[in-house]
Write a protein that binds this ligand. Structure first.
Ligand SMILES: C[S@@+](CC[C@H](N)C(=O)[O-])C[C@H]1O[C@@H](n2cnc3c(N)ncnc32)[C@H](O)[C@@H]1O
Length: 274
């Protein structure tokens, strides 16, 4: 992708998330999806007492709070996000008792400042790596921020599926002119998987379909930033109206929906164990 297009995409992503803290918080309070993903990723990647963790694309801090609680008072967590509005919402919320100290940083995951002297045990992207037009550049910077033995990790949304059959629902809807769905990943999961590999080895990968509770997919794609992933380029009110019509149709079809997530954890930096 050419650099001018990458910059344009990044600025649209930032503007969309600047509109999203309220919708995001309402979704998370009801469904707890991002905290649950963060906990599963932290467990696979090995976050524990004393861990030093960089939370890339920390949003309103749902992932950050989980990581801070697991890292405990002897750890350190840095939450970095490109959206000032998402980050303001994160700073305003209290941390759970017994958490690691947290530093909040406004910045770009594709060009992060040199944080904590480059000694993180883990750099994690919970539901954020696939929003980066140059994810490979971000991961290369992230590797430089790792201590020997440190690891990178991500949760990657691979699609909305029919939970019974595994069929990719959005791919089917894209072929149906009635709905105007034009979803396309900013960075496709294959490219991310390749970028997670290093001379020390390929990433460990596991997949999980999170069956959506009633109303969950509608609420997810009703978040301003997520509606953009279905109907890119349209004004917000048009995107939201299209998303409602789409989920009216899906609710009527009574298929049970699921979000398919992939968990990626890199081989340890320099092939060492932390
Ligand atoms: C789906 S939210 C996930 C937030 C959080 N990790 C969680 O689990 O709740 C994705 C976040 O990535 C951030 N983001 C997108 N592109 C970014 C970039 N280039 N640099 C830093 N953050 C970015 C967005 O602003 C948004 O807050």
């Amino acid at each position: 992708m050419d650099p001018a297009r990458q910059r344009r995409i990044k600025s649209v992503v930032r503007e969309n998330f600047d509109l999203s803290p309220t919708g995001y918080a309402a979704f998370e309070e009801r469904f707890g999806l991002f905290a649950r993903l963060a906990r599963a990723l932290a467990c696979l990647a090995g976050v524990g007492p004393g861990s030093r963790v960089l939370d890339m694309g920390c949003g309103t801090g749902d992932s950050t709070r989980v990581l801070a609680q697991l890292a405990g008072p002897d750890g350190l967590v840095v939450g970095l996000d490109i959206s000032a509005a998402m980050l303001r919402a994160a700073v305003a919320r209290p941390l759970p008792a017994g958490s690691a100290p947290v530093c909040w940083v406004l910045g770009d995951a594709e060009a992060p400042p040199c944080l904590a002297g480059g000694r993180f045990d883990l750099v994690l992207y919970n539901a954020s790596a696939f929003l980066l037009p140059d994810a490979a550049a971000s991961l290369a910077h992230a590797r430089d921020l790792l201590a020997p033995g440190g690891r990178l990790g991500a949760t990657v949304l691979c699609g909305l599926v029919d939970a019974a059959t595994g069929e990719d629902v959005l791919e089917r809807l894209k072929r149906d002119d009635r709905f105007g769905v034009r979803s396309g990943a900013i960075t496709d999961p294959d490219a991310l998987r390749r970028a997670f590999a290093s001379p020390a080895g390929p990433a460990e990968s596991t997949r999980e379909v999170v069956v959506a509770a009633p109303g969950q997919a509608r609420s997810f794609y009703g978040i301003p930033a997520q509606s953009s992933s279905l109907f890119p380029g349209l004004p917000l009110h048009e995107r939201l109206a299209l998303a409602h019509a789409l989920f009216d149709h899906l609710d009527a079809s009574e298929a049970s929906l699921g979000f398919e997530w992939e968990f990626l954890v890199s081989a340890p930096r320099d092939g060492e164990r932390a």
